[in-house]
Design a protein around this ligand. Structure first.
Ligand SMILES: [Fe+2]
Ligand SMILES: [Fe+2]
Length: 475
């Protein structure tokens, strides 16, 4: 195999060229990654020149690098946030001790599992989104999709780096397996359920990047607190990219809402069937998509009571969101936390040991944050003078994990029978017909500066470029 200059090919701040073992491991993994990208990355895109942002260092200005590049030539780099001097463990049984630079033997299996689970979501979302380029509403949006995709690829590199560098042979095997599982595959699916769902249209994509990439943010924030310092530093850098993914989602939904409201006002229509005649997505359909993505995503936080969550916290592997800003003892042995329960036909709340409820704590922090963007979408609706409000459904709605799974609740959290669920489900979640309608709007718009009818143009371009720039060149 030809020698690869890693500092040239893989921008990094981990001194890759000085570690021969790691270099050899990555040398073997890289062609497999590229094969995976060619098979499962964005459909038919290998020859496009895409105006991408590439991280070339972990410094704030390391982000300033924009250029038209072919995606298979994207420089998937390995970056850790700068080491904090004398960093100490911030929580759990080892609170106050120096952080770990190597993996302690007793936590090896759990840390590997945490890293693999996070790593698995990265290629999964690329697979879920791989056909969207064929129906992009504009070059601007197409470029944003591709930017998200290459960065999820980089997140996979980030996790594989940790596996190769710190977990020896097991880690290398896990690195291979990350390229072998496939989103939605019957025999070898991705680990987490939401990552086996389809992302069939652009409304789904924007909801996914708003809600599900935000789950990514919360998981990464919890891992950024880890006592295993390389994991903390890796995830801290990944968070800088996640912010852009959530921007794509929030602004995308906002533009869809804006366009729908414009049409409603312009033609004086409110009835969804009338609104659809003008080729835009009616607000109740947007609400149903929101309900679906929100409920599937909050399941990702796991069971509401979990001894694993307690173990990961007490051992120092995974903290809470903004752990260091909290005013408690960071051990949590004596604290309680309210979780939802279903008993005797009613939804109730009961207090449980906080250590066991840490999935619920993270889920609640996530929910608080996701509501913010929904309120901003509502301001767009109000500004257009339309009387409609989007909202996130109750936490109990459409859950498949934890104590509420197997019971039925309406979007307000009222318990209902299975029959009532069946009767109303198409008003709460996207129906086959909704999906077919949204799919019917998806046509490829690739003229420079043009936008599909169902979405408003963005107000500003990327990197201070005009919105009518040639963000993708097809060759
Ligand atoms: Fe990611
Ligand atoms: Fe992401």
């Amino acid at each position: 195999m030809a020698a690869i200059d890693y500092n040239e090919l893989i921008p990094n701040n981990v001194n890759l060229s000085s570690d021969r073992t790691l270099q050899r491991a990555l040398e073997q993994w890289q062609p497999n990654f590229l094969n995976w990208w060619k098979d499962m990355g964005p459909d038919g895109s290998n020859n496009f020149d895409v105006y991408l942002r590439t991280a070339i260092s972990a410094e704030p200005n390391g982000w300033a690098h924009f250029d038209h590049v072919k995606m298979p030539d994207y420089r998937w780099g390995i970056f850790l946030a700068p080491a904090e001097e004398d960093r100490r463990i911030g929580f759990g049984e080892h609170k106050g001790e120096p952080v770990w630079q190597e993996v302690p033997g007793e936590h090896r299996a759990n840390l590997r599992r945490i890293i693999v689970t996070q790593g698995d979501t990265e290629p999964a979302s690329v697979e879920q989104q791989r056909h969207l380029g064929l129906t992009a509403p504009s070059l601007y949006d197409l470029r944003n999709l591709f930017q998200v995709n290459v960065e999820e690829g980089r997140h996979l590199w980030a996790m594989v780096y940790l596996l190769h560098r710190y977990f020896g042979r097991d880690g290398r095997e896990e690195g291979e397996a990350l390229l072998q599982r496939r989103s939605g595959d019957q025999d070898n699916p991705r680990i987490l359920n939401a990552f086996n769902e389809k992302t069939p249209d652009w409304l789904s994509f924007f909801m996914f990047t708003y809600f599900t990439d935000r789950d990514g943010k919360y998981q990464l924030c919890a891992l950024a607190e880890s006592a295993f310092d390389p994991l903390s530093r890796t995830t801290r850098f990944m968070l800088t990219e996640e912010a852009h993914h959530m921007f794509v989602g929030e602004s995308g939904v906002s533009r869809v809402v804006q366009r729908t409201c414009e049409i409603m006002k312009q033609h004086g229509v409110e009835d969804p069937a009338e609104v659809r005649k003008f080729g835009v997505i009616d607000l109740p359909t947007i609400q149903r998509y929101l309900n679906f993505h929100f409920s599937v995503t909050i399941d990702l936080f796991g069971a509401d009571q979990s001894s694993n969550a307690a173990l990961f916290y007490s051992a120092g592997l995974k903290g809470r969101f903004e752990e260091t800003k909290r005013q408690d003892d960071h051990k949590l042995n004596d604290l309680m936390y309210p979780v939802l329960d279903y008993a005797d036909g009613a939804l109730t709340t009961h207090d449980t040991a906080m250590l066991n409820a840490l999935n619920e704590v993270l889920r609640d922090d996530y929910i608080k944050d996701s509501v913010g963007g929904v309120e901003r979408w509502n301001r767009v609706i109000a500004k257009n003078g339309v009387d409609f409000k989007l909202s996130v459904p109750h936490k109990a709605f459409h859950r498949s994990i934890g104590k509420l799974a197997g019971h039925h609740f309406d979007p307000n959290g009222r318990p209902i029978s299975a029959a009532a669920w069946q009767k109303n489900v198409d008003t709460w979640l996207p129906s086959t017909e909704d999906r077919a309608y949204v799919a019917s709007l998806m046509g490829r718009v690739i003229a420079v500066g043009k936008y599909a009818n169902w979405i408003a143009a963005p107000t500003v371009g990327l990197n201070r470029q005009p919105i009518e720039m040639e963000y993708v060149r097809f060759n």
